[in-house]
Design a protein around this ligand. Structure first.
Ligand code: ATP
Ligand code: ZN
Ligand code: ZN
Length: 746
């Protein structure tokens, strides 16, 4: 072909660069270098994996480098997914290449190779795809020719099974290749290679169930959702249902409706490994067309699930926040369960919020989006009041079960960790053969050691936090950087050997409970007891099957669990979370307490709750105790209005960190001055707060400063940050990040 037009492609690179790059495609790769695939490309002195966005028609202004290799035979994303990724990149002011890297499963990513790796051009592939050989009976009607006894048995088994993996045959018959070979030669069976999907459920079978007859309120909610599904248009809902009101049943039946329309369903949950029960309920209702995606999966398992979804082999995807990027086509409904949970927000890298993105993706897919919670975000209720979300309410528990009765146990002057009010309640519960949950509110609060001599707490040398004392491990540990020293140890400040325990951890609580109610079978659930894969599930199963009486734990036991046998809940340190350095502290406390209180009395017997607090006047505690979320909402909204926080403003946080304190401080100061200047020049309505040390002012050895930006309009906020990004002063040793709609500003 004379006058060959060079084939040029646009490639996104997963680096912190605000632009994409052009490359030339060598002639032999023309058919492969298509949009949606990855390419291995030269970049400066490095070789990187880039993402091909499409062809470029304009001739290049200068000589372009050639790509080395195309890495994928098939596209990894569709046009509509790319549109979503572009939206994410622009909203979070984050490079598109980084967004693609975050959105695609880790299993496919080959390693970046730095310049020195040039002698070794082989590309280490992504996760290998596992295969197996499956045998299938062929020509089943013909009379069997003469076969040996073993071959005949094997044939019988294959015929009965329809198809069966070779491994299964070997398990039953021992070596059987000669027989299988002969059966195949005779045309009686065929063997084919098939991909194995690692099954993250394991092999445990579930009992199937059927839809329940809905309560009046559930039915009204479902009717509204079905009507919206019939319209095939974007329709966002907030489902506000008290604890135990049967929100999950509404999800299940709305999904069934979507499946019936040949649409698929995406379900986001805060942390799936904490809620094996929810997955079980979905499996019981829908069987096997379910894929799950969450951080507990190995890269291989995750990649398997991703491929199943991409091929249309899963109709329902359940996952933690990253599942918002699942390659699911034809989405009819997106459900965000426990929409108030902070874990929908990613805390580093691309700081996206999956709850917010559910609304964006839902709009693009013309889907129904259902945000469900017993304690919705203040901002969600506000959006519902202003018609941005349609409100569905479930004001009562199913089957007219009452909300639990709640008592406050004042702890002022009480020396023990467990209130004298709680002990007889525990005894009565055990005597009745019922179960209890003891919840320790430990946000920003744990057991630690202080020096009996000089009073200094044992602190992490890298982070500005005290070390948590773990009696069982015999260590004091930093929960941010994993620094650990043998405990109790000696005081680093004065060398004194006497260190004493402060605060009440779950271990301490368990220990005290064993003394107070020795007859009880006690389970403890916290980061110490749930290290291994599936350990949550095993612990929770012991509550479900009644082989434990008391479950002791922190945040992780507060959420979503449905144990009908639990009639008593004790809350230790109810007010601890009010002290968080965050304007959402009251909201978090109200949510946490309401959720824990809601674990009691979900079965036939009514529930009782004892809330222990040093001081209980705060409206977050008072309203949680009264089950009054409306009163809490009104009061909290007033507070937000006064201080000008969301929903009355939009926030962004700029973060800076470095290993030396002074340069970080100076750099943050320079940025703040630049922002002030840009804001004036452009006439933007943005309040610039700080720079201030972050609440965790030192983390993993890095000093941290933050600037908080606050504005009545999103647009001004984004324009200011974009202007800063274009005029950014060079800061080679200092790391910077942008956090749009920050959730945890620690
Ligand atoms: N219509 C119904 N009739 C009878 N039982 C029901 C009905 N709907 C749900 N249930 C049962 O009620 C219990 C509570 O339901 P579910 O766990 O869905 O509540 P929830 O609203 O999600 O609660 P939470 O927000 O506290 O997690 C479950 O055991 C569920 O099986
Ligand atoms: Zn000391
Ligand atoms: Zn540390």
């Amino acid at each position: 072909m004379p006058n060959h037009v060079p084939h040029i492609i646009e490639v996104a690179i997963p680096l912190h660069l605000d632009r994409t790059f052009h490359y030339r495609v060598p002639r032999e790769m023309e058919g492969q270098a298509l949009a949606g695939r990855r390419a291995f490309v030269p970049f400066g002195r490095r070789r990187l994996t880039g993402y091909i966005l499409g062809n470029v028609t304009a001739p290049p202004p200068h000589e372009l480098k050639e790509i080395f290799e195309v890495l994928d035979p098939e596209p990894l994303w569709t046009d509509s997914e790319l549109e979503f990724f572009r939206w994410v990149a622009s909203y979070y002011l984050h490079p598109l290449g980084e967004v693609l890297k975050t959105a695609l499963p880790a299993g496919i990513n080959i390693q970046d190779r730095k310049g020195s790796g040039q002698d070794d051009p082989t590309v280490s592939g992504g996760k290998t795809i596992k295969t197996e050989i499956v045998y299938r009976a062929a020509a089943p009607c013909e009379p069997a020719p003469h076969l040996g006894a073993k071959a005949a048995d094997i044939l019988g088994v294959i015929r009965e099974a329809g198809d069966i993996p070779a491994a299964e045959l070997r398990r039953r018959f021992g070596t059987c290749s000669p027989q299988l070979k002969r059966l195949a030669e005779l045309g009686l069976v065929t063997g084919e290679t098939r991909e194995v999907y690692r099954n993250p459920f394991g092999d445990d079978a579930v009992k199937r169930d059927t839809p329940r007859v809905l309560s009046r309120h559930q039915q009204a909610a479902l009717d509204a959702l079905c009507a919206a599904l019939d319209r095939h248009a974007f329709a966002p809902f907030l489902l506000h249902g008290v604890t135990g009101s049967g929100k999950t049943e509404v999800y299940l039946q709305a999904i069934a409706q979507a499946l019936g329309q040949d649409k698929n369903a995406l379900v986001l949950v805060p942390e799936i490994s904490l809620t094996p029960q929810l997955v079980q309920r979905f499996r019981a209702r829908f069987g096997h067309g379910i894929a799950i995606l969450h951080s507990g999966l190995s890269d291989g398992e995750r990649y398997d699930e991703w491929r199943r979804i991409r091929r249309g082999q899963a109709r329902i995807v359940i996952g933690a926040r990253s599942a918002i990027f699942a390659p699911l086509a034809g989405i009819g409904i997106i459900i965000v369960d426990e929409e108030h949970e902070a874990s929908f927000k990613q805390a580093d890298g691309l700081r996206y919020n999956a709850r917010d993105l559910a609304l964006v993706r839902g709009r693009m897919e013309r889907a129904v989006v259902l945000l469900g919670s017993a304690t919705p975000l203040v901002t969600s209720r506000y959006a519902a009041e202003h018609g941005k979300l349609a409100l569905l309410t479930l004001p009562e528990r199913v089957e007219q079960r009452p909300m639990p009765t709640v008592e406050l146990a004042p702890m002022k002057g009480v020396a023990t960790a467990i209130s004298p009010l709680l002990v007889p309640a525990l005894e009565a519960t055990l005597a009745a053969g019922e179960q209890a949950i003891i919840f320790l509110n430990r946000r920003g609060f744990a057991t630690y050691l202080v020096c009996a001599e000089c009073g200094a707490p044992l602190a992490c040398p890298n982070c500005s936090v005290s070390l948590t004392y773990h009696r069982q491990r015999g260590q004091s540990v930093c929960h941010y950087c994993d620094y650990a020293i043998p405990a109790p140890g000696i005081c680093p400040a004065c060398g004194c050997q006497e260190l004493k325990e402060l605060g009440a951890g779950t271990e301490r609580l368990e220990h005290d409970l064993r003394e107070l109610v020795p007859q009880a079978r006690i389970l403890r659930m916290d980061s110490d007891t749930t290290g291994g894969k599936g350990s949550h599930g095993r612990l929770l199963a012991r509550m479900s099957d009644g082989s434990a009486d008391i479950l002791v734990g922190t945040q992780m036991i507060a959420k979503g669990h449905d144990f009908p046998g639990v009639t008593l809940v004790g809350v230790v340190n109810a007010e601890a979370s009010l002290a968080m350095p965050d304007f959402r502290a009251a909201e978090r406390t109200f949510q946490l307490l309401s959720q824990v209180i809601g674990r009691a009395g979900r079965g036939d017997a009514p529930g009782r709750v004892v809330v222990q607090a040093q001081s209980s006047d705060h409206y977050a505690i008072q309203n949680a105790v009264r089950h009054d979320s409306d009163a809490f909402y009104r009061q909290e909204l007033e507070f937000r209005r006064e201080v000008g926080y969301p929903p009355f403003s939009f926030l962004a946080c700029l973060g800076f960190s470095g290993t030396a304190e002074r340069p970080v401080e100076e750099h943050a100061g320079t940025v703040a001055r630049l922002l002030t200047q840009l804001k004036r020049e452009k006439g933007l309505r943005v309040e610039i707060l700080g720079p201030a040390p972050a609440p965790l002012y030192r983390l993993r050895g890095r000093f941290r400063r933050q600037i908080l930006l606050k504005s009545p309009t999103r647009n001004d906020l984004r324009r200011l940050i974009a202007a800063w990004q274009q005029n950014r002063p060079a800061a080679s040793t200092i790391r910077e990040y942008v956090d749009i709609d920050p959730v945890d500003m620690m």
